[in-house]
Design a binder for this molecule. Structure first.
Ligand code: GDP
Ligand code: MG
Length: 163
């Protein structure tokens, strides 16, 4: 089986945009498969010669940012089972939010290795959030622009040791 990479983060940080960029045209096939849930989407990703299964999650969507109901935690927990590495995506333009910090605490308790991705990092508007994200405790963030396809080689290098 292919190694599995799971995308985690609060709503609107660009998780699905990253998923779509990694999966490309194969997305349509994925959507036709049975068993695709609203909360998780699976795709076959290709990144500079790396092949892996990519999982888009929506476990923290539609929730009050002040609280994380157990149901949503459980869904993320289920999605983390069997993942070889988690891509924890933050929005470099928006900077860190309490929900980012909550998700970070959650991921620090997990045994799954985490690669921190600072998305929306194109241009200078993302600089502050990029530096701020060091505080999450996952080491160097990978600056990325999922929308513009920038930083994909750095993402490859960060994933390589885990796959
Ligand atoms: P999700 O809720 O985490 O799945 O986020 P989406 O992928 O739906 O993206 C949320 C919004 O952010 C959309 O309007 C995207 O077009 C935008 N977005 C995604 N990636 C980037 C990026 O790299 N740069 C900028 N500026 N916007 C982005
Ligand atoms: Mg999404």
């Amino acid at each position: 089986a292919l190694p599995q990479v799971i995308i985690i983060g609060r709503p609107n940080v660009g998780k699905s945009t990253l998923f779509n960029r990694l999966v490309g045209k194969r997305l349509a096939l994925v959507d036709d498969q049975p068993g695709v849930t609203r909360d998780r989407r699976f795709g076959e990703a290709h990144l500079l010669g790396l092949d892996f299964t990519i999982v888009d999650t929506a476990g923290w969507e539609d929730e009050d940012e002040a609280s994380l109901p157990g149901r949503m935690r459980q869904q993320t927990e289920a999605a983390l089972q069997g993942a070889d590495v988690a891509l924890f995506v933050i929005d470099a333009r928006a900077g860190l939010t309490p929900l980012d910090e909550e998700i970070a605490r959650y991921l620090h308790q997990s045994t799954v290795p985490v690669v921190l991705v600072a998305n929306k990092a194109e241009g200078k508007a993302g600089d502050h959030g990029l530096f701020e994200s060091y505080a999450l405790g996952f080491g160097d963030p990978v600056p990325l622009s999922a929308e513009h396809g920038q930083g994909m080689a750095d993402l490859f290098e960060a994933l390589l040791p885990h796959l």
